[in-house]
Design a protein around this ligand. Sequence first.
Ligand SMILES: Nc1ncnc2c1ncn2[C@@H]1O[C@H](COP(=O)(O)OP(=O)(O)O)[C@@H](O)[C@H]1O
Ligand SMILES: [Mg+2]
Length: 341
Amino acid sequence: MKIVVLCGGTSTERDVSLVTGREVCKALRSKGHQAVLIDVFVGHEGLDINNAFDRDFVVENELEYIKETAKDLEGLKKSRKEFFGPNVLDLCKDADCVFMGLHGACGEDGKVQATFDLLGIKYTGADYLESAMAMDKAVSRKIFHSDNVPMAKGYRINKKDETIYPADMELKYPVVVKPNCGGSSIGVYFANNDAEYKDALEKAFEYEDTLIVEERIIGREFSVGVIGYKPYPVIEIITGEGEAYDYANKYNGTTLEVCPANVEESISKKMQEAAVKAARALGLNTYCRVDVLLDKEGNCYCLEANTLPGMTPTSLLPQEAKAMGIDYPELCELLIDVSIK
Ligand SMILES: Nc1ncnc2c1ncn2[C@@H]1O[C@H](COP(=O)(O)OP(=O)(O)O)[C@@H](O)[C@H]1O
Ligand SMILES: [Mg+2]
């Protein structure tokens, strides 16, 4: 197949996306596909569209080009009105499928997907509406609530609203304050009392005008991949004592990830059922990865469904697939299959 692997973009998760893109592209090429990599925002000036898939494409060279061109990303953003970089859409129109290696805003939120729908471009993962709903934690919470997906008690708060305190909404401390559309744990703060809560709001509002406040679930953290509504083995994420699963711990390699998770069969089944329920509630019939917390009493809580979860070979979903005997290049192909069928 002629495949464009889209990476980069302008979100806070741009750097992770470059790694995802590089590895997915290499894996698909190892399977004999004519896969090429391009940064959705940086694009590629002067690209010969007619030979785009036939050329001797070298993934590392494209990454060099991306890094060089995006050296002054802020300057580039200011100089451009359009999100799509040069030749990106023309290249995608020529592909049999676009592999979405993007994460975060403008990529995971449905805007690119909506554009692709209008242009007749096929792509991996959730469509524009499903993506947008899953990205917006307040919307997801409403849908989870009506479909009885287990989740922590919580509410949304906007910068323009007068300050609501957890007690006003019948929530108990400790609470978590997080951006409504964030990702990678960026802008997530914990609070144990009103003073810390006010401080947390102030800090989190620097990232977004809408925030989610939730009761903090004390317990263990897991994630469950769901591909075609089929749950994958549960993976446990173990951070150091008292440490949060924050941005640093997500990507510095010190977090212990155990798959299949060391929990009773009945508990892992319960989490898998909750994850499939969450995926079904949002209509995520291609693939996603649902973050789940487990408290000491064995209750589980869905935090969110990630529609474009990390896809480096050591990311959570590839580890779950590996536990099922599906290697990384096979998984990349599987995600294309479930998406275009
Ligand atoms: N209600 C909660 N209780 C305990 N920890 C939470 C809660 N909500 C979020 N967290 C912590 O913050 C991290 C990020 O939250 P999440 O809702 O998954 O947002 P994102 O991954 O999009 O940044 C989680 O992985 C978890 O460690
Ligand atoms: Mg998460």
